[in-house]
Design a protein around this ligand. Sequence first.
Ligand code: BJW
Ligand code: ZN
Length: 233
Amino acid sequence: MAECVAVLTGAGISAESGIPTFRGQSDAGALWRNYSPEQLATPEAFERDPRLVWEWYDWRRGCVARAEPNAGHRALAEFERRCAATGRRFTLITQNVDGLHDRAGSRQVVKLHGDLWILRCLSCGREERDERVPLDPLPPRCDCGGLQRPAVVWFGESLPAREWACASEVSATARMFLVIGTSGVVYPAAGLVEIARQSGARIAVVNPEPTPLDARADWLFRGAASEVLARLL
Ligand code: BJW
Ligand code: ZN
């Protein structure tokens, strides 16, 4: 079977594109209007105040629309091309919803937490891609009149079944598992590292800060994703 390389990315890989992380070094950096992600990224918050939650997403969509993929995203796309050229299987598992891996040219991208640019109707379930920035009106509505939500995964919600199955399978078969720019505190995504390790993968962690996943690492690269990945390439 082809040698398999898997990568798990988090918000840190997009930090150098100017997109705020969820749990910044200083708490203030991760807050939006004094709300933490744990207060906004929940179905309960959306039920309580859909407009408030949508204002947060609309602001983030604006940040992402103005951003460009950085050298870290591009290095992973190049890594994928090199794996393809040498007969290795490469899968990029991301917790990010910003779409910057796609824009950098990555092909095999498994989006565990959904997509910021897709809206899902709460009444008829229809999903549509909508790249307008800003969205008007807020909250947006489907053609059927139903309230739309961002097609992302909030706390307490299950991850999309197909993506989760693919990510677990890839993690269990990887020889090499790279963990880049994630605080490693959100499950089940963080648990993929343990799945990979128990299946015999060598683990490399890339992060300027310590994380709970460091204890599982065979190699620890303390630094920004763009610099470390450029060196690794
Ligand atoms: C750089 C850098 C640079 C900076 N270069 N690096 C087991 C134990 C405890 C709790 C649970 C558990 N299992 C499940 C749970 C509950 C919960 C959970 O994990 N809670 C914990 C937080 C306590 N999980 C869930 O609810 C999940 N669902 C689930 O389990 O379903 C089953 C179930 C159903 C019903 C009941 C119970 C269970 C769903 C989780 C969904 C997470 N959703 C979000 C929002 C997505 C949409 C959106 O974007 O708005 O996903 S929350 C947010 O956190 C987002 C991220 O993908 C996710 C992870 O964050 P990430 O990417 O790691 O970012 P940061 O900011 O935390 O870290 C950035 C890192 O980058 C830092 O380390 C920096 O140092 C680093 N960095 N610059 C490299 N230049
Ligand atoms: Zn609808």
